[in-house]
Ligand binder design. Structure first.
Ligand code: SF4
Length: 458
């Protein structure tokens, strides 16, 4: 019983988080930065922060994640990190030859109050930024928000640094995929291509963090959005932003700066959210939905029909990012499961009101908290047990103590391999998600069945 001190009784806590349901802002910023081609993320803070951010990403994606650090020691911690950052910019361009350096701050440099735009300007004035190379930045203090906020801030920085309204309108749309796996970004691109739409996907970590084994190390893999495309964001007909928290700020900034109208949607997880995604693309680009996508949708419907008898009335507890949990909850309700406990570590009361609206027909009381933690989720489960857990690797402790099957979903997944290659977005991703949920439920049924009820055909 690793979590044997968790009590069923919930006491109000105002200044204590136990087992957070989030990670720190710079991790999201670093992940987003890797979605620019030939970009080297840079962590402006201590070496320890950078090592943590890199290892969190490397453990989830099972790929080497390169990043610079300003390597704060006592001097920089007291007097500020300007000298360290200017030297870092000089060395990174001279040694590693990136096209873009994407700086994110840390708790320490934010507390000191380092003025990053001023430091970048000074580095440029001193000739440390070669011609045709770029340095961008996002402020990512980790004592507010979460990795989702950090991702959103870095994507917004891409717009602020590169997008320009100058130039003719082009028959293309911008697509911000949200905080999803590289395989999800690939799947989103594939669906857009099926619709015959030209799109700029940014950021794009496919072919960066899901590369093949070739026997040779490549510092800058072939994937990532090109700088030339980021400069054309302001020329597009519109922007579709997936995930209000992760993608909304960049889309709104693009609208304000370049008058590119935006639609901010849920991530296309499950049937209804994917329908909304496809329909929005169809309307913006003025195209018809091809038979191939209608066929994929029909397959998902068929799978739901076949599996429904096993899903009905099963209680589920979820933890993860708001952008993922909202459409996932909608999907679970659509297949007649009962999501009854939901926490996200990312703050924001909108999450709670959306979940309440989506679950109002669930015939069971529902617990939901933004800015919550896994301790609270565990307490709720002790009061009202569930049939299934869905969330990241940290839920395995609750799964073990309470003997509940766990479907690993979200970030980070540190104890399984291969998940980054299988999308969960779109109709195809929906089939995969349902297969994993049903496998978890039926594996448990097999394990617990007495011999006389152990069935070959289920
Ligand atoms: S000190 Fe702040 S930025 Fe650094 S690892 Fe910890 S939470 Fe993240």
């Amino acid at each position: 019983m690793l979590l044997r001190h968790t009590t069923a009784e919930v006491r109000e806590r105002t200044a204590l988080t136990i087992n957070p349901a989030k990670t720190c802002q710079p991790i999201g910023a670093m992940y987003a930065a890797l979605g620019i081609h030939r970009c080297l993320p840079h962590s402006h803070g201590s070496q320890g922060c950078c090592a943590y951010h890199r290892s969190a990403l490397s453990r989830h994606y099972r790929e080497p994640v390169m990043a610079g650090t300003s390597s704060f020691t006592e001097g920089a911690s007291v007097f500020g990190g300007q000298a360290n950052l200017i030297q870092a910019i000089h060395h990174l361009f001279a040694i590693y030859d990136p096209e873009v350096i994407a700086i994110h701050t840390t708790c320490l440099s934010e507390t000191i109050g380092d003025d990053i735009p001023q430091i970048i300007a000074k580095a440029r004035d001193e000739g440390k930024v070669p011609p045709g190379r770029y340095v961008i930045h996002a402020n990512t203090p980790s004592y507010v928000g979460s990795h989702v906020t950090g991702f959103a801030n870095m994507v917004k920085a891409m717009v602020e640094y590169f997008a320009t309204a100058e130039g003719p309108r082009e028959k293309q749309i911008n697509l911000i995929p949200g905080y999803v796996e590289p395989a999800d970004m690939e799947e989103i691109s594939r669906m857009v291509e099926e619709l015959g739409i030209r799109a700029i996907l940014f950021p794009d970590t496919s072919k960066v963090l899901n590369t093949p084994q070739t026997g040779r190390y490549t510092m800058y893999p072939p994937g990532g959005v090109r700088v030339a495309d980021l400069k054309r964001l302001g020329h597009s007909l519109g922007t579709v932003a997936l995930g209000p928290l992760a993608s909304g700020p960049a889309a709104r900034t693009l609208d304000t700066r370049c008058k590119v109208p935006c639609e901010i949607l849920d991530l296309p997880l499950g049937l209804a959210a994917t329908d909304r995604f496809i329909d929005t693309l169809r309307q913006i680009a003025g195209v018809a939905v091809p038979d191939s996508l209608t066929w994929e949708r029909g397959r998902l419907l068929d799978v739901i029909t076949d599996m429904h008898q096993y899903f009905f009335g099963r209680k589920v507890a979820l933890a993860g990012d708001p952008d993922q949990l909202i459409p996932l909850t909608e999907f679970l309700v659509d297949i007649d499961m009962w999501p009854i406990h939901m926490v996200t570590g990312t703050p924001g009361k909108k999450f709670e009101s959306r979940i309440r609206a989506l679950t109002r027909e669930v015939p069971h009381p529902v617990n939901v908290q933004a800015g919550g933690d896994l301790f609270l989720l565990h307490q709720w489960i002790k009061q009202e047990p569930v049939d299934l857990l869905i969330g990241n690797t940290y839920l395995k402790y609750i799964a073990r103590d309470e003997d509940i099957p766990l479907v690993r979903f979200g970030f980070p997944i540190l104890d399984r391999i291969g998940h980054i290659h299988f999308p969960t977005v779109g109709y195809r991703g929906g089939v995969r998600l349902l297969e994993r949920i049903l496998d978890a439920l039926l594996d448990r049924q097999d394990r617990d069945a007495p011999e006389e009820r152990f069935e070959l055909v289920m």
